[in-house]
Design a protein around this ligand. Structure first.
Ligand code: PLP
Length: 387
């Protein structure tokens, strides 16, 4: 099988599992317990927190472990908006992940916020000028993702954060897809909050990180025993936090330069793959920004087909991909991300996303391009544009 769905999830790396194992069995203590078993768990958690903080260039006290990217996004968006509201207005891009979109819809519905949704261009880029125009005296948070999960577009986050800061507005970025492919230093990015998910990085599903800059008040989403400095109650998932910390110390994630080196190798493979698909697959349309995109994402529409049918044909040829985001899989609705980029619904419904791991090879991609050509031809000649 050729697995080209790394944006949906990645396998747990062996070293990660080995690091986690002791904290699932022998060292199973609750970090809040005062006996020695609890103390050892608390130390492991503290070590994991400081490793992740070093990786992001922040202080350990600014990191909260969560149950995943979704919870981290909820905590950052709702927590900052409700923590010390300058007012009841938030700004997001039109292509945010549902974890952010649904959080601002909740703020609107339950807390009476108003939400400005920034448009994107045909490649999915947000314009800093549009953000400047959207900011108001009562804007309390801006949230724009670093890299999009469906089309891979990478936003000009430094410029966008600078525009928000000119008006004194905190800036959150969802870096779930960017992690492992772009160097993530919260100081260099200029963001006040950033969110991550372990299972995109070789750690397990069910662990995430919310970085929130020290002085920003955060209203918790989960209330209880006051763990994670009151930001996220619930007994800490020590083993998974240890696993996530181990994942970011393994090559190529372990330093900004090795992230960049690995990313440029994969970007070259991506560019060859895109060129091959556009040259050989009838009617293929590249989605996302052609330049500002993750090294690991090649996404297309195949007008006149259906994304789901192409996906099934690909799987018959042993190539596993997704028709858009994993969260929307199985849904017949056209992708809101592609609609926001201006694609007509009938075209947006034909999306297929190929996302690579650090282990993806040129041979995998050559085979995938051939399988894609055969799949699109089969779907077209079957004459069944809808599943
Ligand atoms: N944000 C983005 C951009 C994602 O792609 C995902 C998951 O695919 C999430 C948030 C949610 O992360 P999790 O699956 O850990 O809840």
């Amino acid at each position: 099988m050729i697995y080209l769905d790394a944006a949906a999830t990645t396998p747990v790396r062996r070293e990660v599992l080995e690091a986690m194992w002791p904290y699932l069995a022998g060292e199973f203590g609750n970090p809040s317990s005062t006996h020695s078993l609890g103390d050892r768990a608390a130390r492991a958690l503290a070590q994991a927190r400081s490793t992740v903080a070093d990786w992001l260039g922040c202080r350990a006290s600014e990191i909260a472990f969560t149950s995943g990217g979704t919870e981290a996004d909820n905590l950052a968006v709702k927590g900052i908006a409700l923590g010390a509201p300058r007012g009841r207005h938030v700004v997001v891009s039109a292509i945010e992940h549902p974890a952010v979109m649904s959080s601002v819809e909740y703020l609107e519905r339950v807390h009476g916020f108003s939400v400005t949704v920034l448009p994107v261009d045909a490649g999915g880029l947000v314009s800093p000028d549009d953000l400047a125009d959207a900011l108001r005296d009562d804007t309390t948070l801006v949230s724009v993702m670093l890299a999009n999960n469906e089309i891979g577009t990478v936003q000009p986050i430094q410029s966008l954060a600078a525009v928000a800061h000119d008006r004194g507005v905190p800036f959150h970025t969802d870096a779930v897809q960017a992690a492992g492919w772009l160097p993530l230093d919260v100081g260099a990015l200029g963001v006040d909050a950033l969110t991550l998910s372990g299972h995109k990085l070789g750690a397990p599903k069910g662990i995430g990180v919310a970085y929130v800059r020290g002085r920003l008040p955060v209203e918790p989403v989960l209330h209880g025993g006051g763990q994670e400095r009151g930001r996220r109650s619930g007994t800490e998932n020590v083993a998974f936090a240890v696993g996530l910390a181990r994942a970011v110390t393994l090559p190529p994630l372990d330093s900004a330069s090795s992230v960049s080196d690995a990313a440029s190798g994969v970007a070259a493979l991506r560019d060859d793959f895109i060129a091959r698909v556009l040259a050989t697959v009838p009617g293929a349309v590249l989605t996302g920004d052609p330049v500002h995109r993750l090294p690991s994402v090649a996404s297309f529409c195949f007008p006149g087909t259906s994304g789901e049918s192409v996906l099934l044909q690909l799987e018959e040829r042993d190539v596993v991909v997704s028709s858009g985001s994993a969260c929307a899989a199985g849904s017949d609705d056209p992708s809101p991300v592609l609609l926001a980029c201006g694609y007509p619904p009938a075209v947006a419904q034909t999306a297929v996303r190929f996302t690579f791991t650090h282990e993806t090879t040129a041979a995998d991609l050559a085979a995938a391009a051939d399988a894609l050509r055969a799949s699109v031809v089969a779907v077209t000649s079957l004459g069944s544009p809808r599943p």
